[in-house]
Design a protein around this ligand. Sequence first.
Ligand SMILES: *[C@@H]1O[C@H](CO)[C@@H](O)[C@H](O)[C@H]1NC(C)=O
Ligand SMILES: *[C@@H]1O[C@H](CO)[C@@H](O)[C@H](O)[C@H]1NC(C)=O
Ligand SMILES: CC(=O)N[C@H]1CO[C@H](CO)[C@@H](O)[C@@H]1O
Ligand SMILES: CC(=O)N[C@H]1CO[C@H](CO)[C@@H](O)[C@@H]1O
Length: 383
Amino acid sequence: MKQMELSGIYFILKIILILPVRTAIYCYNVWYNYSRKITPSFVRRILMREAFLLGDYSTCRIVINPVFEFIDSFFLDTYQEISGYVTEKDHELLRPRLKENSIFLSRENCIRTKYVWYSKPDDFDNARDPILIFSHGGGFAIKLVPLSFNFLNNMSKHFPRMGIIIHDYTVTASKEGEHPLQLLETVLLYNYVTQDLNCEHVILMGESAGGNIVLGTLQFLQQSNRKLPEKAIVLSPWCNPTSDSMDSGIRNSLAYSVNKMMDGLSFEGLDIFTQLLLPQSYVFDDDPMLNVEQNFDSINWTNVLPRTKLLIVYGTDEILQHEIKNFIKKLDSTNSNNFNISYNVFVEENGAHIEPVLNMTLNLEKWSRLPAISKILEFIGSE
Ligand SMILES: *[C@@H]1O[C@H](CO)[C@@H](O)[C@H](O)[C@H]1NC(C)=O
Ligand SMILES: *[C@@H]1O[C@H](CO)[C@@H](O)[C@H](O)[C@H]1NC(C)=O
Ligand SMILES: CC(=O)N[C@H]1CO[C@H](CO)[C@@H](O)[C@@H]1O
Ligand SMILES: CC(=O)N[C@H]1CO[C@H](CO)[C@@H](O)[C@@H]1O
């Protein structure tokens, strides 16, 4: 306990003393070597990236998550809890991947998850009005980043008739958060929204690790013969969270040496998230619902795409773009009528990881005209 407190204090000291210096040096480097203008976005990217690297495995649990939860609580009502059991059909899908020590082997284990209505019109009509389920990112380990509230708030202003639910799934920074719990919790929430609330126009939205959860969930819903959501939006999805991109040499390629300086995410940071995520009691190496690009399952995606309209957004400054582009190519090669790169993909020029979610433009008019945002809004509003 004492040691944990100490490492928390040590982390905070480093944030105060080292972070400003590192950020200044890296910003200077981006300006001097790559001739990019240092915008507030660059300062934010580099601050986030370097702050995370000053911590270690325990930082998420002892500092970052408590601080984020504290700040989030000013913007959100209390989380509600729902619980349920894995159905027999779902269990059949999981069982081949479960090892002897998995807690999911028994169907007696109750699954619990938390969510909150971020926005709900007083006369919300379950049959007519759209409902958006938001799965936040943070490498499966971190809670909702408070910087997301500008995005969520303006989104709710722009679509006053749309319900927005934020999913507070169990993160890997807590001991019980082993994969595929995040997926099962998302399916549980989806069941609740579609069966208990009878919502008919569901949109799943996820950013980064949340994007991975959305892509896994779509496949799970399809394989378990559920009705799929009308739309899904993934922003900078982490496509291969447990595969090591070091092996493929991507990290050392020339293009990535530039992206590494520009992005808000680092390969070293991803490694920490991967270590926390690696399932102990689940066979994941060939799982198409986890490493969605590497283990791409074209048969299942051929069944998903006609049912769910998918939008993928990423930026050209991202270190994750290589696997996102490959994933898009694979989706495109299924030749679905409901997916083409010109409509279902938006590439943000000079955009970093999850840039649309973190953009701090306060004026609704201006915000809704930012290229990536305007595409997302148009997609949500489309028939
Ligand atoms: C791409 O999809 C959109 C929406 O489904 C459609 O309007 C458009 O015609 C398609 N474009 C091509 C080139 O197939
Ligand atoms: C928001 O996005 C626009 C367009 O990409 C960019 O010019 C602006 O600097 C961003 N603002 C912030 C505060 O992130
Ligand atoms: C027009 C409008 O409501 N814009 C809001 C976008 O979100 C930010 C952060 O919550 C608000 O400050 C703006 O007023
Ligand atoms: C390759 C393949 O068919 N993968 C899975 C797709 O979904 C079905 C169920 O709908 C599974 O049985 C397959 O294993």
